[in-house]
Design a protein. Structure first.
Length: 130
């Protein structure tokens, strides 16, 4: 079961970082692999996006959890936020369960997930210079 995570501190208040992450349409600004991300409905838990992910947990200024709903590999992910002296400590975690022949994809999936969570450095750059 591939799992990757990354933690970074962003020099912005937790409310600002949460609001940015809560709008999945912002993902294209910091995740290079996202070609399209369009909200198709909802707000908070149950929000759906065209990439296609569904929001499964939404705790303002603390946590956003999601799951991929289409494609051969369907990871789940979380953004966990903590206020730290006017800044935000953010952890981005991705996990996927692979079974059967899909287990052969584990090295490739792990590499992709590692690149996704490493993109937090780009998120930091966007939020701190934007």
């Amino acid at each position: 079961m591939p799992e990757e995570s990354n933690t970074i501190t962003i020099a912005r208040p937790v409310g600002d970082v949460f609001a940015f992450l809560a709008n999945g349409e912002n993902d294209r600004q910091w995740r290079s692999g996202v070609i399209e991300m369009t909200r198709t409905g909802g707000h908070g838990v149950g929000t759906t996006y065209r990439q296609v992910v569904a929001i499964t947990e939404f705790v303002p200024d603390q946590r956003i959890a999601f799951r991929t709903t289409k494609g051969p590999v369907r990871p789940t992910g979380t953004y966990d936020l903590r206020a730290r002296d006017g800044s935000t400590e953010l952890t981005f975690r991705l996990t996927v369960k692979l079974s059967g022949l899909k287990t052969l994809m584990a090295p490739m999936v792990g590499k992709t997930m590692k690149a996704e969570v490493a993109a937090l450095t780009q998120l930091k750059r966007v939020l701190e210079t934007g």
